[in-house]
Write a protein that binds this ligand. Structure first.
Ligand SMILES: [Zn+2]
Length: 205
C-alpha cells in the first residue's frame, strides 16, 4: 500500500514539474512587444550597423564595434550577465554561463543590446533569472535575438525553404538546422521566426 502511494505521489510530482517547465519555456517565448517596438529595435540595429560599416552582422563584429574587450566567466554572479565599463568606452561582460556556449552567446548579445540602445544605467544592469521580464528587458531580448539572427538572413532562409508551407516534422528539421547554423537555442529560433513573420505581415498589410 505504501509503495503504491509512493508511486502515485512520484507520478503526480513529476507531471507537476513538467507542467511548470513547459509553462516556463512558454514564458520565455511569449513576448508582449508591439510591431512598433520591433520596428524601433530593428531601426536602432540598422543605424548601428551602418555607423560601424557592418554589412554582415555577427556577434563578434558587434562586440568589437562596441568596445567589449573582455568576456569572463563568473559562476558566482547572481544574475545571468553583468556589464561594466572598465575604461572610457571599453566594456567588460561577466557571464554566469560557461564561455563559448549557446546561453553565453545570447547573454553577450543581450548586453550588446543594452549598449546599442544607449541605456543610461549600464552599471548593475542585470538579467533576472526568474519570472516574466519587464517590457524593457523584452525589448533588449528582441535586440539580442536580432543580433544573433539578422532579419534579412532569416527571412531569406524561410523563403528559400518555403517554411510556412511545410508540415510539422519538416518545420522541426529547419528549426534544428537554424539553431545549429546561428548557434542559438530552439526557443530563440522559434521566437525569431515568429517575429520576422509578424513583421513581414505587418509591412505587407
Ligand atoms: Zn538586461
Amino acid at each position: 500500500m505504501e509503495l503504491i502511494i509512493a508511486i502515485v505521489l512520484t507520478a503526480l510530482l513529476s507531471s507537476a514539474i513538467s507542467f511548470c517547465l513547459t509553462k516556463e519555456k512558454y514564458k520565455t517565448v511569449r513576448s508582449t512587444l508591439t510591431a512598433e517596438k520591433m520596428q524601433e529595435a530593428e531601426g536602432k540595429l540598422e543605424k548601428f550597423y551602418s555607423e560601424n560599416n557592418i554589412t554582415e552582422p555577427t556577434l563578434e563584429r558587434v562586440e568589437k564595434a562596441l568596445g567589449i574587450i573582455k568576456v569572463e566567466h563568473n559562476p558566482k554572479l547572481k544574475s545571468r550577465a553583468r556589464l561594466t565599463e572598465c575604461s572610457n568606452n571599453k566594456y567588460e561582460i561577466e557571464l554566469k554561463s560557461q564561455l563559448n556556449t549557446i546561453p553565453s552567446r545570447f547573454d553577450i548579445a543581450h548586453e550588446c543590446g543594452h549598449l546599442i540602445n544607449k541605456d543610461k544605467t549600464l552599471y548593475g544592469v542585470e538579467r533576472p533569472t526568474h519570472g516574466q521580464k519587464n517590457e524593457h528587458e523584452q525589448f533588449i531580448d528582441y535586440m539580442a535575438a536580432a543580433i544573433l539572427m539578422p532579419e534579412n538572413s532569416v527571412a531569406k532562409k524561410l523563403d528559400e525553404k518555403n517554411y510556412f508551407a511545410l508540415d510539422k516534422k519538416q518545420k522541426k528539421e529547419i528549426i534544428l538546422d537554424m539553431a545549429r547554423e546561428y548557434r542559438v537555442d530552439e526557443v530563440t529560433v522559434l521566437r525569431r521566426i515568429y517575429e520576422v513573420r509578424t513583421r513581414a505581415l505587418s509591412q505587407d498589410g
